[in-house]
Design a protein around this ligand. Structure first.
Ligand code: ZN
Ligand code: ZN
Length: 362
């Protein structure tokens, strides 16, 4: 076993604190990674506080992981010690279902769905049709730790053009916004709306701009206007400014909502052109009811999208390197993570905290 140290919460009311544990030695196709950086995703907070009612404790979050390969299993050919690599939200999947066979592991339909980097399988044994857990572990410990051991198929190369600390948020926030833009065919000249300007939203703006879209940001706070423009948005609107939204009715090709909680999508559905789609990636909970008169009258869609596949993650890393895109990050020590959570909940972060894991080794 490998000695590891992380930051974990023991229950929903607990703060994150130092936690010593052990990782399995790497198997033949596993890679041992010394964690260098880990992004702080809003879902880490939802999970630590059991806001999705599925948290397994102790909860050791972190799924925007960048590190250095220190050891590889005997059959590993993809990476070698010293390589800078990334791990996102998934560390395994069933590999046999239709989505897995088609390179869409993030929609794995196996009995336990995909194995999350932390908090275990997406469908735990008690909810699985078989009542079993094919992965043999009910909990997994994520990237707020010194070391990670992951199957090589779920490890990503970090392109040389990306700084390892800034690359971390691409592994969740980046692919979560890139995947739907690709699936719904966002292209140069499209009018794209981004609702919310946090960790996901700011990357959505950068990626959409790099795809050649004309981007409008919808935000609740007027003071994010300068930031939105700095990120490349052409227009910034305050969400409840009905007067400003009215002339935009029926003008958007694609809208991405990154708001991390239940919200009303109807004002944005009204802005879509006929046949176009609003995709919700921030909230994983019931939304306010959609007015289907508006959706039906112009054959519009409201859709969801869950992170992205391993292939898409590799693609978005390459895309960011090629277009010189990097998340805006603030590097913090592990001791600052509980305060960082509070600031994220207040919307007081520009735009992604990344933990420097050297602070956990000190
Ligand atoms: Zn995330
Ligand atoms: Zn599968």
């Amino acid at each position: 076993m490998i000695k590891a140290v992380g930051y974990a919460a023991k229950n929903a009311h607990d703060k994150l604190g130092r936690f010593e544990f052990q990782r399995e030695e790497p198997g033949a196709s596993d890679i041992q990674i010394e964690v260098l950086y880990c992004g702080v995703c809003h879902s880490d907070i939802h999970q630590v506080k059991n806001e999705w009612k599925n948290t397994v404790y102790p909860c050791l979050p972190g799924h925007e992981v960048v590190g250095r390969v220190t050891r590889t299993g005997t059959s590993v050919t993809t990476f070698k010690p010293g390589d800078i690599v990334g791990v996102g939200c998934m560390i395994d999947s069933c590999r046999t279902c239709d989505p897995c066979q088609h390179g869409e592991e993030n929609y794995c339909e196996g009995p336990n769905s995909w194995l999350a980097t932390y908090n275990g399988p997406m469908v735990p044994a008690k909810k699985a049709p078989t009542g079993e857990n094919m992965y043999g572990r009910d909990n997994t410990f994520g990237g707020y730790s010194t070391v990670l051991v992951v199957n090589e198929d779920f490890v990503l190369a970090i392109p040389a053009g990306l700084a390892p600390d800034a690359a971390a948020p691409i592994l969740c926030a980046g692919v979560t916004t890139y995947s739907p833009m690709k699936h719904w065919g966002v292209k140069a000249g499209d009018k794209v709306g981004v609702v919310g300007l946090g960790g996901l939203g700011h990357l959505a703006v950068k990626i959409a701009v790099a795809l050649g879209a004309e981007v409008t940001v919808f935000t609740t706070s007027k003071d994010k206007e300068d930031d939105a423009v700095m990120l490349g948005a052409e227009h910034v609107l305050v969400e409840d400014d009905k007067k400003a939204l009215k002339p935009l009715k029926g003008t958007f090709d694609f809208i991405l909502s990154t708001v991390p909680e239940s919200h009303d999508v109807n004002p944005f559905v009204a802005l879509l052109k006929r046949d176009k789609t609003l995709v919700v990636v921030g909230a994983l909970e019931p939304l306010k009811p959609v007015n289907n008169m508006e959706a039906a009258a112009h054959r519009k869609s409201v859709a969801g999208s869950m992170i992205g596949s391993i292939a898409e993650t590799a693609e978005v890393l390459a895309f960011c390197a090629e277009h010189g895109i990097a998340p805006e990050i603030e590097l913090i020590d592990i001791e600052a993570v509980n305060d960082a959570y509070k600031r994220i909940e207040r919307g007081d972060v520009r735009f992604r905290y990344v933990i420097n894991m050297a602070s956990l080794r000190a």
